[in-house]
Design a protein around this ligand. Structure first.
Ligand SMILES: *Cc1c(COP(=O)(O)O)cnc(C)c1O
Length: 371
């Protein structure tokens, strides 16, 4: 039962009637003292689990030392995070902002300036955020309809359909934008051959290939970046959700060998590169070890063995249930399990990457009962 003043909040979310007040690991507690096993973790945000010691200590220390200066100056956490991400990528430069949508805005501007072309090819069913630019490249008509006209020049291709991709890309294309696993679009993984074709088309036409790894990045799919499983490297990628374990952050990462674009004055964000968020993110990067990534892959396989209809990569999973998923989400909440939806008839499971085998088992047995 809710104890907050709901009337003062614009109704942009269909919120569950529960007020969450604390969290530890894979568990959260509501205002009545009920505990829930968190199989959503934000939405693939709190990758290391609630209150994880490493980012918590790093954020606390930075909060006490310095919590904001202008981007007209350097800070250590921002520079360190850029170095960590560059090393993971194999040579890249970072621009920091505060959300996934902002990282997409940065990518769209970067691609326009680098190529001089406004055309974008994105995918049907994709999701890239709610700001007008990010919404323009989101392939979900229902989310767009009330807000037209949006940014022109966007063509949508069918995921995993190389014929439709070839038809969409031409000499006016500056950016091919793909989620390696479509997240909000139902947890649908792109096939290696499709992504390889996108790489070839981008090279042929001089467009940038940009991966939106806002949801797939930072270990969620069992590798630090999801593209590592695809044998194709992008010119740029975006990160946000899992990067600082729940503090607001976004990042555009541009490969060192991609075309140059940004100069001082081209793009900015007052809060981007916030030292507290960046300090937490450095700790997250260091905590996403090869060992943790192997566990993520193994946990994903466990879920796929236990439940029918599972798809996805690592711990970015959906379970197709063939009936309205919203009802099942409410049933799970009743039984102490937080899950999400991935489209009309699928549940979304994105537990913390650090979830234990016992906790995973416990959540799966609740799910089995509900289903
Ligand atoms: C969540 C998400 C976004 C938008 O992120 P916000 O932080 O909500 O703006 C963009 N792209 C993908 C793939 C996402 O999952």
């Amino acid at each position: 039962m809710s104890v907050v003043a709901q009337g003062a909040v614009l109704p942009t979310y269909a919120r569950q009637d529960v007020v969450l007040v604390s969290g530890e690991g894979a568990w959260v507690t509501d205002s009545e003292g009920e505990r829930y096993l968190d199989f959503l973790a934000g939405i693939a945000v709190v990758g290391l689990g609630h209150g994880h010691e490493a980012p918590l200590a790093a954020a606390h220390a930075q909060l006490d030392r310095l919590w904001h200066v202008s981007n007209l100056y350097w800070t250590e956490p921002m520079a360190m995070l850029a170095e960590r991400l560059s090393a993971r990528f194999g040579g890249a430069q970072a621009f920091f902002c505060n959300s996934g949508a902002e990282s997409i805005e940065a990518a769209l501007k970067y691609a326009r300036k680098a190529t001089g072309r406004p055309g974008v090819v994105a995918l049907e069913g994709s999701f890239h955020g709610r700001t007008l630019g990010a919404l323009s490249v989101t392939g979900q008509p229902a989310k767009r309809a009330a807000f037209e006209p949006l940014v022109p020049g966007v063509v949508f291709a069918e995921p995993n359909d190389v014929v439709s991709l070839r038809a969409a890309v031409n000499g006016g294309t500056g950016c091919i934008l793909l989620e390696p696993v479509l997240g909000e679009g139902g947890i649908r993984a792109l096939e290696a051959a499709f992504v390889a074709e996108a790489r070839a088309l981008a090279d042929e036409h001089g467009a940038l290939l940009v991966f939106d790894e806002v949801q797939t990045g930072v270990g969620r799919t069992g590798t630090f970046f999801a593209f590592e499983q695809l044998d194709v490297a992008p010119d740029a990628l975006t990160l946000a959700k899992g990067l600082a374990n729940g503090l607001p952050i976004g990042c555009l990462l541009v490969a060192d060998d991609a075309a140059d674009a940004f100069e001082p004055g081209d793009h900015a964000s007052t809060f981007g590169g916030n030292p507290v968020a960046c300090a937490a993110a450095v700790a997250v990067c260091d905590a996403v070890t090869d060992e943790l990534l192997a566990t993520v892959r193994a946990h994903g396989e466990t879920v796929a063995r236990r439940l029918p209809g599972v798809r996805g990569r690592g711990l970015l999973l959906a379970v197709e249930i063939g009936r309205p998923a919203g009802d099942v989400v409410a049933d799970c909440l009743e039984r102490g399990l937080l899950v999400g939806t991935a489209g009309e008839t699928a549940l979304r499971l994105t537990p913390p990457l650090t979830i234990t085998a016992d906790e995973l088992e416990r959540g799966l047995s609740i799910l089995e009962k509900v289903l």
